[in-house]
Design a protein around this ligand. Structure first.
Ligand code: PLP
Length: 361
């Protein structure tokens, strides 16, 4: 048996063990085809089945009606930063952006490069993005309202969906998709790189509403147009078959083992509350996000000095607790408690933190 650590990596991140085991089997014989999932034609009934079953599961998990199309694209969440303005801003219209951290800032940078009209209607940079803005006014007739539902690096999360009035919401849900239920009806487009909550890197989930597809102009490259992929059921060109296969297994695990998004939401809230409760009691560790904006996925905290933080992460690693270093742009520490993280791993982390505080406090 391989020795597996408690993996708190921010992305790529921990996956359910059963998904890894099933993938290992599919590397030799996929669904009785006598071939690996890496060797089979993406146009075979075997693989089409994987795509269609995944779409059905996503529809069930999110209660999507037939207005929505589910796509599996490449280029990561980062390519969506440009595809969204290219496809969804009609001549004469402008988009609203809410800036809550590193990833929102990158999304805004791409619309700037494209020289499309936009407005930043709220920004939490004044306090180093440690909170989710409460005040914002949606522009009249905005093409869409873009926000990042969970800020992976700064450790903040929207605990409800912003009010966008008549404009469609567009959300980067890379680091909290399928972590809790939400109402998809105000959304024109939802996107998520798979490697946090959904599978391995290499595939990006895009959920797009029909009226957004109708906006896509013809004068942009074929691969960058949502309609191309919608018309071909994500099989316009060769998709990342292994990644999509693993996503299909994660979806099955969410639906059948966990029991859907209500159950997933409860599980995730319990895990995060355990750790935040401890942080709040301790004066050795200091949480960096405002309490009302805290992320249930990425829990960011600091210790008394950078030296101590270094010692903390390296001793944690020696104790089989990995991935606790904060993002290189912000420092500090971060525990990512995505869907696949078991409550036992959070308990192990808290036990270690207590002991470390006792010895070094
Ligand atoms: C990780 C992450 C990204 C970047 O995703 P890529 O797939 O690497 O492009 C974008 N947004 C958020 C919120 C993320 O957590």
């Amino acid at each position: 048996m391989a020795v597996r650590i408690h993996n708190f990596n921010p992305g790529p991140a921990a996956l359910p063990l059963t998904v890894l085991e099933q993938t290992r089997e599919a590397m030799e014989d996929f669904a009785g085809s006598g071939m690996s999932v890496a060797e089979i034609s993406h146009r075979s009934p075997f693989f089409e089945n994987v795509i269609n079953q995944s779409i059905d599961r996503i529809r069930r998990l999110l209660n999507l009606n037939s207005d929505f199309k589910v796509l599996f694209l490449q280029g990561g969440a980062s390519l969506q930063f440009s595809m969204i303005p290219m496809n969804l801003i009609l001549p004469g219209s402008s988009a609203d952006y809410i800036n809550t951290g590193t990833w929102s800032t990158k999304a805004i940078k791409e619309i700037q490069i494209l020289e499309k009209p936009y407005k930043v209607i709220a920004c939490s940079e004044d306090r180093n993005f440690c909170y989710i803005p409460k005040e914002y006014t949606i522009s009249e007739g905005a093409a869409y309202v873009h926000y990042t539902s969970n800020n992976t690096i700064k450790g903040t999360q929207w605990n409800s969906v912003p009010q966008a009035r008549t404009s469609p919401l567009v959300s980067d849900m890379s680091s909290d998709i399928f972590s809790r239920p939400f109402d998809p009806s105000p959304f024109g487009l939802i996107y998520a790189g798979a490697q946090k909550n959904l599978g391995p890197a290499g595939v990006t989930l895009v959920i797009i509403r029909e009226d957004m597809l109708a906006r896509c102009p013809k004068n942009i490259p074929t691969m960058l147009r949502y309609t191309t992929h919608a018309e071909k059921n994500s099989l316009y060109n060769t998709p990342p078959c292994i990644s999509i296969y693993m996503v299909s297994l994660v979806l099955k695990w969410i639906e059948e083992t966990i029991g859907g998004l209500e159950a997933m939401g409860i599980r995730n809230r319990k895990k995060a509350e355990m750790l935040y409760d401890y942080l709040d009691k301790s004066d050795f560790y200091i949480g960096t996000a405002d309490k009302d904006s805290r992320s249930l996925m990425n829990i960011t905290f600091r210790l008394g000095s950078e030296e101590l933080e270094k010692k903390f992460t390296s001793e944690a690693t020696r104790n089989s607790l990995g991935g606790l270093k904060g993002h290189r742009s912000v420092g500090g520490c971060r525990a990512s408690l995505y869907n696949a993280i078991e409550p036992e791993s959070v308990k192990a982390l808290i036990d270690f933190m207590k002991e470390f505080a006792r010895v070094n406090g």
